[in-house]
Design a protein around this ligand. Structure first.
Ligand code: ADP
Ligand code: MG
Length: 227
């Protein structure tokens, strides 16, 4: 059996042979770039009930890209693993097409997503922007929009807010598995918006008030399909 390496995994997922063609085909490199290094920054670890992560860096003449291999490894699986993986990937693409920010997806194949690593957690970000009115208002609108898009499409998310990551002071959704759940027909048109307000109420009262005050006409239900 050949030994596992990051290079072999990138080749396996891209279907290419060799590191350079894999990085080109996955979108880490363009013809204008020179590859300087590819290195594992954090080896495989269990990151949640449904995932293992490996964090790596691609360094080129253009700069650094930090990304992860996210292996779909549910501890509780009912049904076919590949079918569930496709379902979760499709949910992610659907929500991204409906205006929810998601990390850049380099590949989704063979039970592994390769995606952009987003350094900042939502809790770090909310603590940072606490008291900054402009950033607070922008964050409030974006959070309400995430919840509104989920409401519009009948999701009954269990817990997605704690898992949000932040880039350029904007929230990105990263978990599309069990914590989000399947699209359904919801009897409560504000289910996710109410859960969001409950989540903010205790620890982030300023943001809670801002979120509560977002005028209905500002809630776009997704940028690609504004009201
Ligand atoms: N793109 C990412 N950038 C930064 N951290 C991430 C990213 N994806 C996942 N993580 C980290 O891994 C954890 C688990 O990922 P998640 O997608 O929520 O999987 P699970 O379904 O196992 O909960 C997250 O809470 C977060 O800490
Ligand atoms: Mg999670």
């Amino acid at each position: 059996m050949t030994q596992w390496s990051l290079e072999s995994e990138l080749c396996n997922i891209s279907g290419e042979s060799g590191l350079l063609p894999s990085l080109f085909s996955l979108g880490f490199l363009t013809a204008a770039d020179q590859l300087i290094d590819v290195r594992v920054e954090k080896d495989w670890y269990r990151s949640g009930a449904e995932s293992y992560l490996l964090k790596f860096v691609v360094e080129t003449s253009r700069g650094l890209s930090t990304a992860i291999l996210k292996a779909y490894t549910p501890s509780n699986l009912h049904g076919d693993l590949n079918a569930r993986f496709c379902e979760i990937t499709n949910r992610r693409i659907f929500l991204a097409n409906n205006g929810i920010l998601t990390p850049r997806l380099f590949a989704a194949r063979k039970g592994v997503w390769i995606e952009e690593w987003l350094e900042k957690s939502i809790t770090e970000s909310l603590q940072e922007i606490n008291g900054n009115e402009i950033l607070g208002k922008r964050m409030a609108i974006e959070l309400r929009n995430i919840a509104a898009v989920l409401d519009m499409n009948g999701f009954l998310a269990r817990s997605i807010y704690e898992d949000l990551r932040v880039k350029n002071d904007l929230p990105y959704m990263i978990d599309f598995g069990e914590d989000l759940g399947a699209m359904s027909v919801s009897a409560d048109p504000r289910y996710n918006q109410n859960r969001l307000l409950e989540w903010l109420k205790i620890d982030y009262p300023v943001l809670h008030a801002l979120c509560n005050d977002v005028p209905a006409q500002v809630i776009s239900y997704g940028r690609s399909n504004p009201l």
